[in-house]
Design a protein around this ligand. Sequence first.
Ligand SMILES: Nc1ncnc2c1ncn2[C@@H]1O[C@H](COP(=O)(O)OP(=O)(O)O)[C@@H](O)[C@H]1O
Ligand SMILES: N[C@@H](CCC(=O)OP(=O)(O)O)C(=O)O
Length: 386
Amino acid sequence: MNTLPGQALPRWRRAVLKVGSNLLAADGGGLTPRHAEALAAFIAASHAEGREVVLVSSGAVAAGRALLRQHASDGGGLAARQALAALGQAPMIALWQSLSARPVAQVLLTHDDLRNRRRYLNARATLRELLQLGVLPVINENDTVSVDELKLGDNDNLAAIVAALVDADLLLIASDVDALYSADPRRDPAAVPIAQVAALTPEIVAMAGDSGSAAGTGGMRTKLQAAAKAAAAGIPTALFSGREAATVQALQHGQLRGTLIAAGSTRLQARKYWLRHAPAAPGRIRIDAGAAKALAGGRVSLLPGGVLGADGEFHRGDLVEIVDADGAAVARGLSQYGAAEVRRLAGRHSREIDGTLGYSYGDEVVHRDDLVSMNRPVASGQEIST
Ligand SMILES: Nc1ncnc2c1ncn2[C@@H]1O[C@H](COP(=O)(O)OP(=O)(O)O)[C@@H](O)[C@H]1O
Ligand SMILES: N[C@@H](CCC(=O)OP(=O)(O)O)C(=O)O
């Protein structure tokens, strides 16, 4: 039973919710809606309030294993696990669809997809589009092609990477344990729950053990790794029990009965800091006076109409300098198009992109979420991007 007092959940508009296998296969066999129901109700209520939730759901291996058990034993090696995941993806998605009035979209990702700049941007564009369409994205690792060196390894880490990918302002991790404890509570009856973690020090990390069950993968260790990744991107993490319907309902009212792991800085600060200081590609985008003025004011995207040209070489997704007609630095950002493409798009209207290139990655040359103005301080508590 949860003995932690409630605490305020950080304000959020877009969250990633990670649901572990232990919750979905709570009876030790195949998937059950027992705990998923309350989580689906939370997602629906959040959506009705104008918030966006991206779901990262485990459970495919557990679902596959339950199906196969009726026919044969699964062996236990990597290929067997991959086969079980392939078998279980559809039932896992079906479970969420059965609990959601909105359409559910399946998204399978690997580490390789997220390391590759082009695929990273494509995954992000797809997820943004799904959210705009009002669809519930359900993400899982693409276990079929995830061999060891490509594997994210667990969905806790995948959820943290997705949180940064979709610019979430909160990472919610629902598990079968109600908090981070001072030691694994399955092994140490004297372990006490921890309500707040200000920083993931080595002492805190040492408290985390691995999974206590066959269904789960990483235990608390991967949850803290995920929280560290999220914190580095300026995203706080909330750990709570998805077994307690009252705990899940309390989230709806902004109350967390679990562990809150703070982010070092705000999401916007972390992102803007990175955009400002990371090494840029050997190339730059030149813009006209009107675009320079708009970008200096902040919170706007760079459209092709304001572009004069591009110098040097850079690729889609590269961080580039944006300069005015005199070569003075105005901003930095991730270009949606490569240098050759930007040269062709210079001065054109966004609606001409498709006709000019034969394809389009979006209306913006640099999206406002990927842009930092060089003459504006990165203030704390700035508005969260939409
Ligand atoms: N310090 C700790 N505090 C809480 N839980 C811990 C700790 N160390 C290990 N664990 C284990 O982590 C488990 C949750 O992780 P896991 O089994 O991977 O679940 P999930 O399927 O939700 O990802 C808990 O049931 C618990 O036994
Ligand atoms: N891709 C696997 C999930 C692996 C995983 O991370 O599981 P868990 O520790 O329960 O979140 C599956 O769907 O079974």
